[in-house]
Design a protein around this ligand. Structure first.
Ligand code: SF4
Length: 429
């Protein structure tokens, strides 16, 4: 049975108990969220990890870091280094988006080293295998799709991003309603091209029942991908995006009926004033399923700083109900990220998630900020560093400041307002 089926039968599993402790909620509360489809625990029955997590309503906002080989840069060891950095800095989940080199070995290594849930986008491997076999990456059949899914499932992948919402119907909406950037999702573009090339329905849609069987067997969470997500803020919340979202809502319902856990992926590039609307639409059309957003980036012009653009959007999204943020690194739109880009992206995304959790009034988040304020007021630098979202960086900055052992910092020096108030007007609670 899957976690969803256990929950529907009113059974609290050991995994639910373990995750509830991490969340600081009662196991029964978590069980009810899972039973209603409002939360998921992505964990393959074949994968053992130290830090499982739940994603969804009433839970802390989680973040995902993407790693993986590209067609140009395929060092598995470098990607495993990035994996370790992402986990060290607080990623709750990882996605292996490899498209270059030995994909099976890469995934094996990722699953071995990851202490958090691992997701993949199987259409990448399907396309790579088709190209190796036929010289053309679109020459694959529905059977090839199912075979790669089964192989990855057996290996232990915890969640699959599948672009089942790109269909003949949603593509027609896209064609009738012009947008600036077309299809920018890599998986979405492959599927859209496949539909045009074969003049057939998307196999991830036409064979959804078979996919559910595989997901059910291994308790894999399906992350229904937004292949038609906007790639420009000018395309945000357009008819094509919403048409796909409605299809995903229908598929989410079918998954839930078969006992398969499901979450929904969302945009992308969204101006600030449309972020809240996007969350509300997902919750409405997808029956409250957990929402996994990429960013969202709130401007298109922040190349080199897209982790900041996405953290701004992510914070707003989390504060109004997004459950899972996919990080964006400073290298977005420009190059394959380095280990340092991964670190920057994870920290930026964690700040966004935490800012959202403060608005969600999550007890653990509020306590963290309170403790930091207390340490700051006491000018307890050791504690402040310890409580920083990136203690290594905080320590580096503090140690580079002169005088090193002063009880103030070099920002205001002898005019330190906190110390002045302590001396002249000690108040506080
Ligand atoms: S010197 Fe200024 S910035 Fe530094 S601790 Fe005091 S008030 Fe804060």
């Amino acid at each position: 049975m899957t976690q969803l089926e256990f929950a529907k039968k009113n059974i609290i599993t050991g995994l639910m108990k373990q995750v509830a402790v991490l969340e600081g909620i009662k196991p029964r509360e978590l069980m009810l969220l899972i039973a209603s489809g409002k939360a998921v625990i992505p964990l393959n029955v074949n994968h053992k990890i130290k830090k499982p997590c739940a994603i969804g309503t009433s839970l802390s906002t989680k973040i995902n870091a993407n790693i993986g080989t590209s067609t140009d840069e395929s060092q598995i060891s470098e990607e495993i280094e990035k994996l370790k950095i992402a986990i060290k800095h607080g990623a709750d989940a990882l996605m292996d988006l490899s498209v270059g080199g030995d994909l099976t070995r890469m995934r094996k290594e990722v699953l071995k080293y990851s202490t958090v849930p691992v997701g993949t986008v199987p259409v990448y491997e399907i396309a790579v295998k088709a190209e190796e076999k036929t010289g053309e990456f679109l020459k694959f059949e529905p059977e090839d799709v199912l075979s790669v899914l089964e192989e990855q499932a057996k290996q232990g992948v915890d969640f699959f991003t599948i672009h089942s919402g790109i269909t003949k119907e949603s593509l027609e909406v896209l064609q009738k309603n012009k947008r600036l950037m077309g299809v920018v999702s890599r998986g979405g573009a492959i599927i859209a091209s496949w539909i045009k090339f074969h003049k057939q329905e998307n196999p991830f849609y036409s064979h959804f029942d078979q996919i559910l069987k595989i997901a059910h067997k291994y308790d894999i969470t399906l992350s229904l991908g937004d292949g038609l997500r906007p790639g420009s803020i000018l395309d945000a919340t357009d008819k094509a995006q919403i048409s796909e979202l409605k299809i995903l809502g229908g598929l989410a319902k079918r998954a839930g009926q078969k006992g398969v856990q499901v979450m929904i992926e969302g945009p992308g590039h969204v101006p600030l004033d449309q972020v809240e609307k996007n969350i509300a639409l997902e919750k409405k059309y997808c029956h409250g399923a957990p929402f996994y957003v990429l960013g969202p980036l709130v401007t298109d012009v922040a190349a080199g700083y897209d982790h900041i653009s996405s953290a701004i959007g992510g914070a707003i999204a989390a504060s109004v109900g997004a459950d899972f943020l996919c990080y964006v690194t400073p290298a977005e739109h420009l190059r394959h990220p380095t280990a340092s880009d991964v670190r920057e992206g994870v920290i930026a995304s964690r700040i966004a998630a935490h800012a959202g959790d403060l608005v969600k009034r999550r007890k653990q988040a509020l306590k963290w900020d309170r403790n930091m304020s207390i340490a700051r007021k006491a000018r307890n630098w050791k504690k402040q560093i310890q409580l920083s979202i990136d203690p290594d960086k905080a320590k580096l900055y503090r140690l580079s400041s002169k005088p090193k052992l002063s009880d103030v910092c070099t920002m205001c020096g002898k005019y330190c307002s906190i110390r002045l108030m302590d001396q002249c007007l000690p108040i506080g609670r």
